[in-house]
Design a protein around this ligand. Structure first.
Ligand code: 3PG
Length: 208
């Protein structure tokens, strides 16, 4: 299975934003060990590059690790050299798509309108992150799929265990999930990791 097939197979990209570098690896392990094995480390996370390297060496065969919030091609290249297997962005930046495809990796830029979504896809994106999808909801995704049925969409923002199924029914190939998997409000509480474990199991077993 190639990286894009693995992303579609898992269906969930865990968006790991602003993790504490001291426990980032532990968070990643908890997710992977409970079936969420596609992880996106957002680039503003302190030590994002070394986290990507560590997860890659720890879970060479079992996890797919990518970089998120990649806004320019220089950042994409740095993340790729560190081992990122996909590049996720909130915006469309053509140079970032080109850089990712130059290395033969998976490019998932972010867009909201049909024009932006088509532009991203026609410039080489493998799929388009529909972001922020929260306020528009699953029906928006379905509306996009009408005229653009050939473009794989990855809605992101506000997705939780209660609405995830609706996004797949509306045509998502995968979804990005952040705070409903890793609740940073609990980061100093003893239940932090147990909560991640429960949420991961819930997502893996209760959709599709
Ligand atoms: C993000 O920007 O962190 C992602 O869009 C995830 O958003 P979420 O926390 O609402 O899932």
């Amino acid at each position: 299975m190639n990286t894009f097939e693995k992303i579609k197979d898992t269906g969930i990209i865990a968006v790991l934003r602003n993790l504490d570098p001291d426990n980032a690896i532990e968070v990643a392990k908890t997710l992977v060990n409970n079936g969420v094995n596609v992880l996106e480390i957002t680039m503003e996370t302190p030590n994002a590059i070394s986290i990507i390297e560590s997860i890659n060496s720890e879970f060479q065969k079992t996890a797919v690790v990518g970089a998120g919030t990649v806004l320019d091609s220089e950042t994409a290249r740095t993340a790729i050299i560190a081992g990122a297997q996909f590049i996720f962005s909130p915006t469309v930046n053509i140079e970032t798509i080109r850089m990712t495809k130059r290395y033969g990796l998976v490019s998932i830029p972010g867009a909201l309108t049909p024009t932006e979504i088509l532009e991203a896809y026609e410039n080489g994106a493998d799929a388009v992150k529909v972001f922020p999808v929260k306020t528009l909801g699953p029906s928006y995704l379905k509306d996009i799929k009408g005229p653009l049925p050939h473009i794989p969409l990855v809605p992101t923002g506000g997705i939780d265990i209660h609405n995830i199924q609706e996004y797949f029914e509306a045509g998502a190939v995968a979804v990005g999930v952040g705070s409903s998997l890793v609740d940073l409000h609990l980061k100093n509480e003893p239940v932090f990791f147990k909560n991640i474990e429960m949420k991961a199991k819930d997502f893996v077993h209760n959709f599709r």
